[in-house]
Design a protein around this ligand. Structure first.
Ligand code: ADP
Ligand code: MG
Length: 895
């Protein structure tokens, strides 16, 4: 029997087995049992005992309430967790209510008294997976909350990277999923990374993706994590979710401190979010659903699989460190200026095996002889490559050559040990001469077989049976086969083993003996060969780090050489890099559009670009559909991206003030498949940009605000522009078809307005694809409608209507100028878009709208017509609002 107080203690303690339980009793926090012993030792306090009914005395130690902080700090410093159990009701008769109000852990204390003043106090969470790691950390004193993922392809590399990052953060406490209940038992298969601070295994349930996503959404009150930049980083989400759960459990008061979440990239590479990768079509083109018209498709001239993979990774991870980029550019330039070397290198690499994968196969002890020999062939080509690079007398190429290790030992080992699978030796894997024992065994078996073969001739002679044959059968072994008619010639020492339809089989003691020799030898051959082959694989596996290093270096040579080849082919130039924020591109081109135009014999019209964080911070680009706005925006972003990848760029010259991130929001795409409406997606992506961009970022916004009504759209676009120039101060390219936006925003400091030039002659419009300063007032919708294949009679009718309207507009303008203009400035009023009854232009509009034969239109045609109608509707309201503002029964104003 235990007393009620003891029962209460044990119940509460059972819920906090990992913590020292501080059990409030009057003016003391008391500890019992093992906790008491531990604390007595850690704090140098007296261990006493306390009688608890029939339980007898249990060990007890206590700290006075008023001095609790200093004791707490000492326990935390030693890595203990303390669960603080307070009295929840006034002491009186009966048992006092008690509950744990807080679990103090090294990473969750935020009390200044418990912390060193000049240090952040981080709590980190590590979420391992076989592919890499997710990390989340929070500074509980500031609310800084950040997540990242480390997926470097190779688990060992990811581990190094995460360990570096943990060192940088220096958490006081680091949570990891408790192994026994972990979802993936091999989570820490590559070893648990080293981290400063105390490691706390935490219930793996909270690391579940769904649980974590819900927790984060709930905490921030959002429907999607897009704005935080981690929506597509499951490991990061899982880690962040676990942090929320842990803080909720230990110190829920800290939760309101976490007001935002930042996704970061730790290793000097530029983080490109999923939307940006998609919008810039780095690896894949949405329109054609292929890689062909992507940036990768245009730049990839790599000859090896390793090089191809590396280039793909490089494009998704441009660098931010100038020296590192220059190093790559130096190597590319070295290949650009040395044509012969470039050709030779490409030729040499064309036959190069996939060293990375071959090494991995060897390391898993799964490689077959053909793979090992391919590895050897690759290694044997390395010295040639080294020599070629050295002969070029370029420091950049020397650096590359220095990273190439021909791994002579491995090449030699494979050459000596591994047998090419050929002819009847197909089943043998180990080469003669590699191992004496093995050779002896093989020789023995061979000799026995030859002897048996010779026996056939001897027996034919001895018995006079010319058709006698020695045959092998997997069940009966060797046998002398004698056809039925010859059975009477069979000698006495033959023993029958098998009867067949036309023949019988016999053995002799001698044959049996040789057979035994063969079997015995074969068995040992198999074992020995397996032993030897495994040994070879293990030796290669042990050399894997060097082999992979060489493979990586080869991949780099491949990428640089291929980039150089493309640069020469497409007339790219080396960009000049700078640490300031000035971006100046002279005669830049879109690499992909240019290449595909070249296929059809068309030429690409180059354009300049100038952005900085002073007078040219935001470029607002207007122009009709199909003029080339989107192309221009992407082209600038791609030139920056290519430069920071280390590639030459399509321009006459390019000076790149390095960018820390590129953000894009291009076009009103449908993301219905992902369950979000176009506009929601658009706003989520815009939110992410405004949250994450810094003054070093480059932002590309194409038609933001298009997904909603015009009023909302312009208002949002305008607010975004203001925030970008006012607060964010990032270099920005903004394309819009809202003319008003261009006019209004053009007055903001730092905003330049430009448009894509159009030539008009006899009603025929030519897109010049040339960017010129100043806004554009017409949208040339009819021209686009015609290009889109709208039936000629519709185009004609539209033209007619447009002309009529232009005439009316002119008339109205005339009337307006005659009127006194006391109501000139009323732009800020809200609008109720009800057309006045009987208004001539709106009647025409309604007519046109009704006349449309939707069933016969393609979506593109419909959009063109709708755009036209909308423009006209707006114009109508605009003019009507101005003329009829006073004294009409309906209230209308323009935006
Ligand atoms: P917008 O965004 O203004 O509607 P796009 O950028 O989509 O126009 O361009 C439409 C088409 O015009 C492109 O597909 C391309 O073929 C062509 N184009 C764009 N820019 C150029 C250019 N600078 N030189 C040649 N053709 C171009
Ligand atoms: Mg466009």
């Amino acid at each position: 029997m235990v007393t009620p107080a003891r029962r209460q203690y044990l119940d509460i303690k059972a819920q906090h087995p990992d913590a020292i339980l501080w059990f409030r009793m009057g003016d003391f926090y008391e500890m019992f049992d093992e906790d008491a012993k531990t604390a007595a030792q850690a704090l140098h306090i007296t261990l006493t005992g306390r009688p608890f009914g029939k339980d007898g005395r249990v060990p007890m130690a206590g700290v006075p309430y008023h001095a609790a902080h200093s004791y707490l700090a000492r326990l935390l410093r030693q890595g203990f967790r303390v669960a603080i159990c307070e009295q929840m009701s006034e002491p009186g008769r009966g048992l006092v209510d008690r509950a744990v109000v807080r679990v103090v852990t090294p990473g969750t204390v935020a009390e200044p008294a418990l912390l060193p003043a000049k240090e952040n106090s981080y709590l980190a969470v590590l979420c391992p997976s076989p592919a890499g790691y997710g990390i989340a950390y929070v500074d509980v004193t500031t609310g800084e909350f950040a997540v990242s993922e480390f997926l470097d392809g190779d688990p060992a590399l990811s581990r190094v990277a995460i360990e570096n990052d943990l060192l940088r953060i220096g958490p006081r406490e680091c949570l990891v999923p408790k192994p026994e209940s972990s979802e993936d038992p091999d989570a820490f298969a590559h070893g648990q990374p080293q981290t400063p601070g105390h490691i706390t295994p935490y219930d793996a349930r909270y690391f579940g993706l769904e649980t974590a996503t819900d927790a984060l959404r709930g905490h921030f009150g959002v429907v999607s994590l897009e704005a935080f930049g981690c929506a597509h980083s499951p490991l990061a989400i899982r880690a962040a979710g676990a942090i929320l759960a842990y803080l909720g459990e230990t110190n829920a008061m800290l939760l309101p401190l976490l007001t935002g979440l930042r996704t970061y990239v730790a290793d000097g590479t530029m983080h490109l979010d999923a939307a940006t990768r998609r919008n810039l079509e780095l690896h894949w083109t949405g329109r054609t659903q292929t890689a062909a018209h992507s940036l990768l498709g245009t730049l990839d001239g790599t000859k090896t699989a390793m090089g191809g993979r590396l280039l793909r990774r490089m494009l998704a991870q441009p660098l931010t460190n100038r020296a590192a980029i220059e190093e790559r550019l130096d190597a590319v330039e070295a290949f650009v200026t040395r044509t012969t070397l470039r050709m030779q290198t490409l030729a040499l690499l064309a036959g190069f095996g996939d060293m990375e994968r071959l090494t991995a196969r060897a390391r898993q002890e799964a490689a077959i002889p053909r793979e090992l020999l391919a590895l050897r062939d690759a290694l044997c080509a390395v010295p040639t490559l080294i020599e070629m690079l050295h002969d070029a007398a370029s420091p950049a190429l020397d650096t590359l050559a220095a990273r190439l290790d021909p791994c002579v030992r491995v090449a030699d080992l494979i050459g000596r040990a591994v047998l090419a699978p050929e002819g009847k030796e197909a089943c043998r894997r180990v080469r003669p001469g590699y191992d004496n024992d093995f050779d002896t065994l093989v020789h023995t078996a061979m000799h026995a077989r030859e002897t048996i073969a010779a026996m056939e001739t001897a027996e034919r002679e001895r018995t006079g049976i010319r058709s006698l044959k020695i045959k092998y059968n997997s069940v009966f072994g060797y046998g002398i086969e004698v056809s039925r008619p010859n059975l009477l010639h069979v000698p006495d020492d033959y023993r029958r083993t098998q009867t067949l339809t036309h023949a019988e089989r016999f053995v002799t003691p001698e044959l049996k003996e040789w057979e035994a020799t063969i079997l015995h030898a074969e068995e040992r051959i198999t074992t020995r060969e397996e032993e030897l082959y495994r040994g070879v694989l293990r030796d290669i596996g042990a050399a894997a780090p060097v082999l992979l290093g060489t493979a990586r270096a080869v991949a780099h040579v491949d990428v640089f050489c291929a980039l150089a080849d493309r640069a020469v082919q497409h007339r790219y130039v080396r960009p000049t890099l700078a640490d300031d924020t000035t971006l100046r591109i002279v005669a830049g081109r879109h690499p992909v559009v240019e290449a595909s135009l070249a296929n059809t014999g068309d030429t690409f019209i180059p354009n300049d670009a100038m952005l900085d964080t002073e007078g040219h911070q935001l470029l607002l680009l207007t122009g009709p559909n199909m003029a080339g706005k989107s192309t221009y925006l992407r082209q600038v972003a791609l030139i920056v991206l290519m430069a920071q990848v280390g590639s030459f760029v399509p321009a006459e010259s390019a000076r790149i003030g390095l960018v820390d991130r590129i953000f894009t929001r291009i076009g009103a795409q449908d993301d219905l498949a992902a369950g979000a409406s176009t506009f929601l997606v658009e706003m989520m992506e815009t939110a992410a940009i405004l949250r994450h961009a810094t003054p070093r970022s480059l932002i590309v916004l194409d038609e933001v605000g298009r997904g909603t009504g015009t009023d909302d759209g312009v208002a949002i676009a305008r607010a975004v522009v203001e925030d970008l120039v006012g607060r964010v101060q990032a270099r920005t390219l903004f394309a819009t078809h809202y003319h008003d936006l261009a006019e209004e925003s053009g007055r903001l400091p730092g905003v330049q307005v430009a448009s894509v030039a159009v030539a008009e002659e006899d009603g025929e419009v030519t897109f010049l694809h040339r960017i010129t300063p100043g806004a554009m007032s017409k949208s040339y919708g009819i021209h686009v409608a015609r290009l889109a294949g709208l039936p000629p009679h519709v185009v004609e009718r539209a033209r007619e209507l447009l002309n009529r309207r232009d005439a009316e507009n002119a008339e109205q303008a005339q009337r307006k100028s005659n009127r006194n203009s006391h109501d000139a400035d009323k732009g800020a009023q809200s609008s109720v878009l009800i057309p006045p009854k009987g208004h001539p232009e709106s009647a025409v509009l309604l007519d046109d709208l009704t006349a449309l034969d939707l069933a016969r239109m393609t979506p593109l045609e419909a959009i063109a017509v709708l755009g036209r109608l909308q423009d006209r509707a707006r114009e109508t309201l605009h003019h009507d609002g101005e003329t009829a503002y006073n004294g009409r029964e309906w209230a209308t104003c323009h935006e």
